[in-house]
Design a protein around this ligand. Structure first.
Ligand code: ZN
Length: 440
């Protein structure tokens, strides 16, 4: 067992954080050999229970759960920051040409290595990621995640229509490839597979039906896709499925709404769609930097909470503009505040942070596994430096409450705040050797 003494941030209740200012985090193997939190709480109360335990003391630092990113595209590393007139031209001019390169395993491997290093540098320890339509791109990403002992979920994109040569796949082969990848990767170490239809316009009815059949056969495999991001896209789906009640209902028709199904955006939806999400256990991946960058619209937090479906935060790189959970949380605050097209709300700092950690884990069906530091959770965590920049040091020193401290970090923080990202499953025994140190 190992232990860390520092300020500890964690979530005893949904959206309710605790900061133990002089805390102790004790990590050790569970019955299955996974490194999990054995105890968390105040140093003075816990230390006597663990005599002789080697304790790493990190004065002035905050240990917090590793962040959970519910939606990100690893092949879009180099698409980030590309100018375009909205979603559909952005896909055509930047995303599809770039994704073609992932047919080359060496190219995929280099991108996967960079991508995972970048996640860790930003404190992200769990992610649900799109690969490309090439099975090699999934092997590269999950192979690298396995090497770094990461909890990662990914899938081969399904797109057999309305896509250019080089990224378009063949219906029957795409489903065979998907099933082979499920068998190869799902449940291996901490890896998971996600059945990944890109979005309705890019998939034939036969491909969506096949995806739904796989989702019914492999019930603990994830599903990831996009829905109702942009009005042009919604209109396109209405042309393709004039009988469907809504865009979301097309996925329902093919059996693609269920627990562990995660849909990015969910902006242009109505209360009937929201009830459908709640009723089926489907989750939304809220992607605020992407939605602001592409001008897609604003996720309606008040309506989501009124209807009570699951959601959490996501970077949506490369439509999103940053890997940083701090930037995503701040953008979510902007999106919540927007009150001209929907009800404006001021999301509480603890609520924002929860949406990117334990709340996101819950939406992924990983409550009690990832995104928190309660006993039994996998011990992936970040060491935060609240003095990382002069202004942040000045501001956090004046914080009079936990919300003021967290909001200072959300508004002023970035990768400089992430001093270390620790993946406790990594094979090794002593600090600092077992840690995954950022690339700084
Ligand atoms: Zn996306």
């Amino acid at each position: 067992m190992k232990a860390w003494r520092a300020s500890l941030l964690y979530f005893p209740e949904p959206a309710q954080a605790v900061l133990e200012t002089d805390g102790l985090l004790v990590v050790g193997p569970d019955a299955g050999g996974r490194q999990v939190v054995q105890a968390v709480g105040s140093y003075s109360a816990l230390a006597p229970r663990f005599p002789g335990l080697e304790v790493t003391h990190l004065p002035g630092r905050i240990i917090a759960p590793g962040f959970v990113d519910m939606h990100i595209h690893y092949p879009q590393l180099d698409v980030i920051g590309s100018p375009a007139e909205g979603l559909l031209p952005w896909l055509e001019n930047y995303t599809f040409p770039h994704e073609k390169r992932f047919t080359d395993p060496a190219y995929s491997a280099e991108a996967a290595t960079f991508f995972i290093a970048e996640l860790l540098r930003h404190g992200v320890t769990t992610a649900l990621a799109f690969a490309t339509s090439h099975p090699e791109s999934v092997d590269a990403l999950l192979g690298e995640a396995q090497r770094r002992s990461l909890r990662l979920i990914a899938g081969k994109v399904l797109m057999d229509q309305n896509a250019p040569d080089g990224v378009r796949d063949a219906t029957e082969q795409s489903l065979i490839d998907t099933e082979a990848l499920i068998t190869r990767w799902h449940g291996v170490d901490r890896l998971g597979y996600a059945i990944t239809p890109r979005f309705v316009p890019s998939c034939s009815e036969a491909q969506l039906r096949g995806a739904g059949e796989l989702a019914a056969r492999y019930t603990d495999v994830w599903i990831q896709s996009h829905v109702a991001e942009n009005r042009d896209e919604v209109a396109w789906v209405r042309e393709l499925y004039p009988q469907a009640r809504s865009y979301l209902s097309v996925y329902e028709q093919f059996g693609l709404l269920r627990p562990r199904a995660v849909y990015a955006h969910c902006i242009h939806i109505d209360d009937e769609d929201r009830a459908l999400m709640r009723g089926t256990g489907t989750a939304a991946a809220v992607s605020p930097t992407s939605n602001l960058f592409l001008g897609s619209g604003f996720f309606d937090y008040a309506a989501a909470d009124r209807t009570g479906f699951l959601y959490g935060l996501a970077s949506d790189v490369g439509g999103g503009t940053s890997f940083s959970p701090f930037h995503t949380m701040l953008a979510a605050y902007y999106v919540g505040r927007e009150g001209q097209t929907k009800t404006g709300v001021s999301l509480k700092p603890q609520q924002l942070w929860w949406q990117h950690t334990a709340g996101a884990a819950r939406a992924l069906g990983l409550e009690g596994v990832a995104g928190n530091l309660l006993p039994g959770c996998e011990a992936d965590f970040v060491v935060l430096n609240p003095q990382a920049t002069p202004l942040l040091a000045r501001k956090t020193a004046q914080a009079g409450s936990l919300d003021e401290l967290l909001f200072a970090l959300i508004v002023l923080g970035d990768d400089r705040v992430i001093e270390r990202t620790v993946i406790s499953q990594a094979a090794s025994t002593t600090w600092p050797d077992h840690e995954e140190v950022s690339a700084k």
